[in-house]
Write a protein that binds this ligand. Structure first.
Ligand SMILES: N[C@@H](CCC(=O)N[C@@H](CS)C(=O)NCC(=O)O)C(=O)O
Length: 248
């Protein structure tokens, strides 16, 4: 199948990062919006860690959102989503890495996974102690750090970059379990997240995210197509979720 294909669903922050880059670069793509837990054996062959996103570009299979975004930038440099200045570019990659690792740990694995995926996908109880520790200790430490990294207003490196996109993606997924940055405690971060998420690209993806969040699995595909999502005709998804590979 020629062209770009993304495997991974709209709810995932890592997938959102890749989709935002594709959209901002004006690239056409198709998407098979599956959760990693329902991927079939063909998915395991494409994604050895059974993680999303996967990007397939004319037969080239790429894993890992950072690898994929860098590939898109190298292949389609304009508009650039990485700062021009070498030091800024390195710092942007660090903020992307920080988002993909620490923010993912505290906002996604300890909050969203516990409150949404364990309950609704695996029908397992939430570990309330994990959620409480995340809310009271771990998330505030991460947000204190970010508050010190952000400018008074605007994007981190002047023009919109991978750093802004990455950071905002995690707060969007956390909002699905009603987490919002406390603007009284972290005013820069709260304004920054609101500003990035108000961009047309985030608003466009939010319409597709809402289809997935509001509807049961069986109705999502139809609603996504009706909303204009560029879905693949085939899917690697099954009806039976399996736990992922152990992390850490
Ligand atoms: N470093 C990877 C992480 C991807 C990742 O962890 N994706 C999550 C979805 S939000 C996933 O597939 N999790 C399934 C699992 O860990 O079993 C990236 O940047 O793409």
């Amino acid at each position: 199948m020629p062209g770009i294909r993304v495997i991974g669903n709209y709810v995932s922050p890592y997938v959102r990062k890749v989709l935002a880059c594709l959209e901002l670069k004006g690239l056409e793509y198709e998407i098979d919006p599956i959760a990693p837990f329902v991927g079939n054996d063909a998915f395991s062959r494409l994604s050895p860690l059974r993680r999303i996103p996967v990007l397939i570009d004319d037969g080239l299979v790429l894993n890992d959102s950072s690898v994929i975004c860098q590939y898109l930038e190298d292949k389609h440099p304009s508009p650039s989503l990485y700062p021009r200045d070498i030091a800024d570019r390195a710092r942007a990659r660090w903020l992307e890495e920080y988002a993909d690792t620490r923010l993912a740990d505290v906002l996604i694995w300890r909050l969203f996974y516990q409150l949404a995926i364990r309950r609704h996908v695996f029908r397992e109880p939430t570990d309330e102690a994990v959620v409480q520790r995340a809310r009271e200790v771990e998330i505030p430490v991460a947000l204190d750090y970010l508050e010190g990294q952000l400018p008074e207003d605007g994007f981190v490196f002047g023009a919109l970059s991978i750093a802004d996109i990455s950071l905002a993606c995690y707060f969007r997924t956390a909002s699905f379990v009603r987490y919002a940055v406390d603007a009284a405690r972290w005013p820069r971060l709260a304004a920054f997240v609101a500003q990035v998420q108000a961009l047309p690209v985030f608003q466009k993806l939010a319409r597709y995210e809402d289809c997935m969040l509001r509807l049961p699995l069986a109705e999502q595909r139809g609603a996504l197509l009706a909303a204009g999502a560029p879905l693949t005709s085939e899917t690697l998804g099954t009806d039976t979720p399996r736990h992922g590979l152990p992390r850490g």
